[in-house]
Design a protein around this ligand. Structure first.
Ligand SMILES: [Zn+2]
Length: 286
């Protein structure tokens, strides 16, 4: 008899503790959610959070934006930098794919079937992100990080700071309408810029990202063999590969180099995976 009374008390005690714990975490989550709803770019515990129709997420690599939210001003200013490689002590290679014109959808199928992450720098306007949100959605669903390749794809040398800033945020507004994300990376057209445009991007929170290996898919008349060799001969930890959605032989080259790079012991992956351990992630200590 005494044993069963003790057992009942123990059960009551346990259920009280469990209920109190569940209630407490629920209340906390609701409070955080309300705070984020009031300000989608509020920082919580040093991480930038956001809200949306989905449950909010905290992330170290991108800002989450709400439906209809203007992402302008969502990033903290950074020091001007032109990133050419990722972390050279990790066996990771970043695959970056630019533009979006004449997209060869076999590329997306290949990336999906390879099961790798990747990064794309998409143009905001000019019939790309503005006209094809379904393309952006398909890329994101396939595990692709969608970053900013400016709105007009204009040469940035000699432009005013105001032109650069407006062009960047116009593109980002269009991209984030579909992705609900802002990555702190930009690639200017041709990877070229001057001090004004680099400083303008940094002032808005964007690191400029170049590449150190190219698929050579902007050169018509190039051969698959030459293009493949160009990438494989220069391969080293932290490399950033450039190619294009509608480039010359891009699909053929990728179908050869992805398995070959993996065979050599590297992970073919996204920019943020390759930048791990560098100061260039969204919330890296600076
Ligand atoms: Zn481009």
């Amino acid at each position: 008899m005494r044993k069963s009374i003790t057992a009942v008390f123990v059960l009551i005690f346990i259920s009280t503790v469990v209920t109190a714990f569940l209630f407490n975490t629920n209340t906390k989550q609701e409070q955080v959610f309300r705070d984020i709803y009031d300000n989608p770019f509020r920082e919580i515990n040093g991480l930038v959070a956001g809200y949306g129709t989905r449950p909010f997420t905290l992330t170290t690599t991108y800002v989450v934006t709400g439906a209809g939210a203007d992402p302008r001003g969502s990033l903290k200013p950074v020091s001007p930098v032109d990133i050419r490689t990722g972390n050279t002590s990790l066996m990771r290679i970043a695959l970056t794919i630019d533009d979006g014109w004449n997209a060869d959808m076999r590329i997306l199928d290949l990336l999906k079937s390879s099961g790798i992450r990747f990064t794309t720098f998409l143009i905001g306007g000019r019939g790309i992100s503005d006209a094809h949100p379904e393309f952006l959605q398909a890329i994101q669903d396939a595990g692709g990080e969608i970053c900013n390749h400016t709105n007009e794809h204009a040469l940035m040398q000699g432009r005013s700071r105001e032109f650069v800033v407006n062009d960047i945020w116009k593109a980002q507004g269009t991209i984030s309408r579909t992705t609900h994300r802002v990555y702190p990376y930009i690639r200017f057209m041709g990877g070229s810029f001057d001090n004004t445009s680099l400083a303008a991007a940094a002032g808005e929170g964007f690191y400029h990202v170049h590449w150190n290996l190219s698929c050579g898919d902007t050169v018509t008349g190039n051969t698959v063999e030459r293009q493949v060799a160009n990438v494989l001969n220069g391969l080293s930890p932290g490399s950033i590969i450039l190619c294009h959605w509608g480039g010359h032989n891009t699909y053929e080259v990728l179908s050869i180099i992805i398995p070959e790079i993996q065979r050599r012991g590297f992970e073919v992956t996204s920019l943020t995976r390759v930048l791990e351990g560098t100061p260039y992630l969204l919330n890296s200590p600076r």
